[in-house]
Design a protein around this ligand. Structure first.
Ligand code: HEC
Ligand code: HEC
Length: 201
């Protein structure tokens, strides 16, 4: 009986991640690849992603309908060189990883979003906020700038990162990233099979 209760507590402490299938298409034309890219760009440039993917700056952004005006993170939060605020106050102090009910963890509007992993800024190279489609496309296909990932590794990363699962289910009245995580993964795979084409127009 006791063991059962402990198991139940452990299970409820683990967020339920939706299953994502990683099935690259056998073939994809360049036109299909560019089409998929234009949807990938809509996701990457969306506030739920771009607010953390801010390049050189160490100030996370607040943007999207629930924020009104686009501005740097309030309370003078700085991520520092550590990218996690270790020099001043860590992201996790407010973006807590402690919760037993992950399904409802982000139901309060304007509370700091919480996921079951340390909240932190994206790497400097993954610079998306306010960048053009062409700029983001070139970054994401370059192993030197994307964490040394090929198409399958990008798809795996998307599947395994709980921050991404949050971006499609952000709660608190926040607008979710467009499409779905599964559609985004499918698009990454189509774009990858097509040879990761980027277009200047
Ligand atoms: C809370 C901040 C945060 C948010 C929000 C966020 N990311 Fe990230 N992202 C990160 C961090 C941190 C890494 C580095 C993780 C790693 O390399 O394992 C990362 C890395 C990545 C990578 C790996 C490739 C690269 O260029 O480094 C991809 C792809 C990515 N994010 C996509 C997204 C997408 C798509 C969204 C929105 C749906 C998103 N991220 C939202 C913090 C964030
Ligand atoms: C003092 C508390 C506090 C600290 C420390 C903090 N945050 Fe936040 N953060 C918040 C609150 C509260 C919100 C939500 C504000 C709102 O919705 O009006 C937020 C929202 C955000 C958002 C926007 C999420 C979205 O809606 O897309 C990002 C990105 C973010 N924080 C990144 C960080 C990073 C990175 C750090 C560490 C360098 C950090 N925060 C440290 C309190 C904090």
């Amino acid at each position: 009986m006791k063991a059962k209760i402990i198991t139940a507590l452990l299970l409820s402490a683990t967020p339920a991640l939706a299953e994502v299938n990683i099935n690259p298409p056998a073939t994809a034309t360049e036109a299909e690849g560019l089409d998929a890219w234009s949807r990938i760009y809509e996701v990457a440039s969306h506030p739920r992603c771009a607010n953390c993917h801010i390049g050189q700056s160490d100030r996370p952004m607040w943007s999207g309908p629930t924020y009104g005006k686009t501005r740097p993170h309030g309370m003078n939060v700085r991520a520092g060189e550590s990218r996690i605020g270790a020099e001043t106050i860590t992201c996790q102090t407010c973006h807590s990883t402690k919760d037993k009910d992950w399904d409802n963890a982000n139901s309060t509007p304007h509370a700091a979003p919480r996921v079951a992993t340390a909240w932190q800024l994206a790497p400097v190279e993954a610079d998306w906020f306010g960048r053009s489609s062409f700029e983001i496309c070139k970054q994401l296909r370059d192993p030197e700038l994307n964490g040394d990932r090929d198409m399958m590794e990008l798809a795996e990363h998307l599947n395994h990162d709980v921050i991404l699962h949050w971006a499609w289910n952000p709660g608190g009245g926040r607008e979710a990233a467009p499409y779905s995580l599964q559609e985004h993964v499918n698009d990454i795979l189509i774009w990858g099979v097509a040879g990761m084409p980027c277009s200047e127009s």
